[in-house]
Design a protein around this ligand. Structure first.
Ligand SMILES: [Zn+2]
Length: 380
């Protein structure tokens, strides 16, 4: 379809959701960093991860030394298409949530209910409730949404939670979005509330995301801006990466053996409280027969073997993902493991292949969510 005719549709309020524009660019991106001279220099994903030269790089323009990191992260593409107000409504936007019916119309009611059930009594109750229930909603690229899920799994006790991927169509009237973008380094875009949007007379705030999908533009919006959403539960087991035969045979065998040796050694000291065992291990207390030492050493070995398994999984199942996102992924998977303490290495590897598909087969995942029926939010 010709862009001009599409524009007309958008602004007439008849968004054609079958032609939303995708702009997924994968998980192996480099970075752009601001210099005090006002220009931007690029940095490879590898140098960013390795914090090369003590996280310093030379400005490509003035030669000054830049201490790189998210504090000076810049827009990766100075001509990012999301800078175009009209393009913003034509994009497929993404969001991940543990809410099966996001955006939930009764979120505020349930928030208060949960608070009362848990006997949680904040001092400034009304302020607390309104702060937590009137935040703007956040939309981003596919990559941003997936990285946000990884961070929540690791940092916000959602390691074992069921997540959903939402593909979102929005409608924005001209002039209802900020010109340019806010810089999340300087503004608290993540904390934007509906009343902030009210006071600026906006429906959407475009901001530079530096925490997820670093260097791309995200949106903070009023819920009413959402036209409709599509949803899949993730990970999708149909899309799991194919098993690489025999890749992990040795790891599984070593882990099984290490586990039984560790458990046998632990059984001999199980009557001793854990804290005391630790002191025995470090030689603070007497350790007759070296039993606590042996149990501790075998536990460390078992943990090391798990780490080796996780590294091998990343190397083989995430070849198209940058090292820092591989690390985030493995931390998220470690949180999943903590939430599922009885999982064996085979079960872990199987989950890993399903989750890794979200990064390695993003086109297929996007295809799957874009074939789902739309839930129209305007009608409700
Ligand atoms: Zn410079």
């Amino acid at each position: 379809m010709h862009p001009a005719s599409l524009d007309t549709l958008c602004w007439m309020g008849n968004l054609d959701k079958s032609v939303l524009v995708e702009r997924s660019d994968g998980f192996d991106y480099g970075y752009a960093m601001n210099c005090v001279c006002g220009s931007v220099s690029v940095l490879s994903a590898e140098d960013y991860f390795a914090e090369a030269d003590g996280a310093h790089m030379m400005c490509a323009h003035c030669g000054a030394s830049i201490h790189f990191g998210i504090a000076v992260a810049a827009l990766r593409d100075q001509d990012d298409p999301a800078l175009d107000d009209e393009a913003v409504s034509r994009f497929a936007w993404y969001h991940t949530s543990t809410e099966p019916e996001w955006p939930s119309p009764d979120y505020a009611r349930r928030f208060v209910e949960d608070m009362e059930q848990n006997d949680h009594r904040p001092i400034k109750r009304d302020h607390y409730v309104s702060f937590h229930t009137t935040k703007a909603l956040h939309l981003g690229t596919y990559e941003t949404a997936i990285e946000n899920m990884l961070r929540r799994m690791h940092d916000e006790h959602d390691g074992g939670s069921q997540f959903y991927l939402y593909r979102v169509a929005i409608q924005l009237q001209p002039g209802r979005i900020n010109p340019g973008y806010r810089d999340e380094n300087h503004d608290e875009a993540a904390q934007l509330s509906i009343s902030d949007l009210d006071s600026d007379d906006l429906d959407a705030v475009r901001y530079l995301n530096v925490h997820e999908g670093t260097g791309v533009l995200s949106l903070a919006i009023r819920p009413e801006t959402i036209d409709a959403v599509q949803r899949i539960a993730i990970p999708s087991h149909d899309l799991a990466l194919p098993l690489i035969p025999h890749l992990l045979d040795r790891d599984f065998k070593d882990l099984a053996q290490a586990k039984s040796e560790m458990e046998a050694a632990q059984a001999k000291v199980e009557s001793i409280p854990h804290a005391r065992r630790k002191m025995m291990y470090f030689g603070v207390y007497d350790d007759p027969g070296g039993l606590a030492k042996k149990a501790g050493d075998l536990e460390h070995r078992y943990i090391d073997l798990w780490n080796q398994l996780e590294c091998r999984l990343a190397e083989n199942y995430l070849p198209g993902v940058s090292p820092s996102i591989q690390r985030d992924f493995n931390q998220a998977m470690a949180s999943w493991k903590s939430a599922n303490p009885t999982v064996d290495p085979e079960g872990f590897a199987s989950r890993y292949r399903s989750m890794a598909a979200l990064l390695e087969r993003s086109g297929d995942v996007i295809g799957q969510v874009s074939r789902q029926p739309w839930r129209d939010l305007r009608a409700s």
